[in-house]
Write a new protein. Sequence first.
Length: 80
Amino acid sequence: MTELRAFRQVCYEVARRTGGTVIEFRLAGNTTPNFHQGVIAYHDHHVAVVALRDSAVLAVAAPWLPGQSVGRTGDLSNGA
């Protein structure tokens, strides 16, 4: 999935199947972040299809904006 063309195709297919519209691609450069985003708009919210730059891993998440804090850090497994 590291090929950008395949990533874009997946984003458009996800949007088509779920009633959304692809509105933006945020592509990673050589530094942080280490993931690409395809932002999909729905009538009341946005989601991002996220692909790690160097791996074949995809996820769906809230869109991240450059300069935005990622929130909590550390061990989140204990729910603290």
